[in-house]
Design a protein around this ligand. Structure first.
Ligand code: PLP
Length: 233
């Protein structure tokens, strides 16, 4: 089995190649390591190999890992489904919430962030494939959620996050990535501060190259760095 360091190098090479194909500067695409179910010893290996941005789907799991790893210069983003009763802990734990998908959540994050004197960076999660099994605001309702979120001073919308339908063939996902980028461009036209609305979090282990070609600024990679995950009970 390849080491985490080798996996990371391979992922970075694939990212760089995708940037070359798209004529993009590699420094405009961040790599996030997705660490759900990954034990801290393995996460530590990735940090030692230079990874600095981590994503977690569960607030409680992340809080334990943040404490155990005790690495102040590592950035943690939340990428899972967030319940409103977990917002206080989420605001304490993460530097960005990528999965804001409904008004009620935006309002609660705003309230919790302001109460600790913070302005929390967030992304709006879009359900680009209109899948009933997935969270996310539909493209149709995105503008409404964006307008509400922009009026809340405790959060700052930085861009969009998407988890498009899975396909064995990454090329089949390309139209979805493109639709997310176009949705961001449309929002920038109505934004008071378009220069703050730049992030496109899209692409996972099997399709991040296509996502980069379509404009991703942050790819969320789990399996290709840490190996197959243990299944959750
Ligand atoms: C698990 C997960 C990923 C990473 O998936 P891999 O296929 O293991 O790279 C990315 N984004 C989200 C939201 C996830 O839940």
């Amino acid at each position: 089995m390849a080491s985490i360091r080798e996996n990371l190098m391979a992922v970075r090479e694939r990212m760089a190649a995708a940037c070359r194909r798209a004529g993009r500067d590699p420094s405009t695409v961040q790599l996030m390591g997705v660490t759900k179910t990954v034990p801290v010893e393995r996460i530590r290996e990735a940090l030692e190999a230079g990874l600095r941005l981590l994503g977690e789907n569960y607030v409680q799991e992340a809080r334990q890992k943040v404490e155990l790893l005790n690495e102040p210069d590592v950035t943690w983003h939340f990428i899972g489904h967030l319940q409103t009763n977990k917002c206080r802990q989420a605001v304490e734990t993460f530097q960005c919430i990528q999965s804001v998908d409904r008004e009620k959540l935006a309002v609660e994050l705003d309230r919790r962030s302001r109460s600790v004197g913070r302005r929390m960076p967030v992304l709006l999660q879009v359900n680009v494939g209109d899948e009933t099994t997935k969270a996310g605001v539909s493209l149709e309702n995105l503008e409404t959620l964006f307008d509400v979120a922009c009026r809340l001073e405790g959060i700052e919308v930085r861009g969009l996050m998407a988890l498009p339908p899975y396909s064995e063939d990454p090329e089949a996902v390309r139209p979805h990535f493109r639709a997310v980028r176009q949705a961001l461009e449309a929002l920038r036209l109505r934004a008071a501060h378009p220069e703050r609305l730049t992030e496109l979090s899209m692409g996972m282990s099997h399709d991040f190259e296509v996502a980069i070609e379509e404009g991703a600024t942050l790819v969320r990679v789990g399996t290709a760095i840490f190996g197959e995950r243990a299944k959750r009970a």
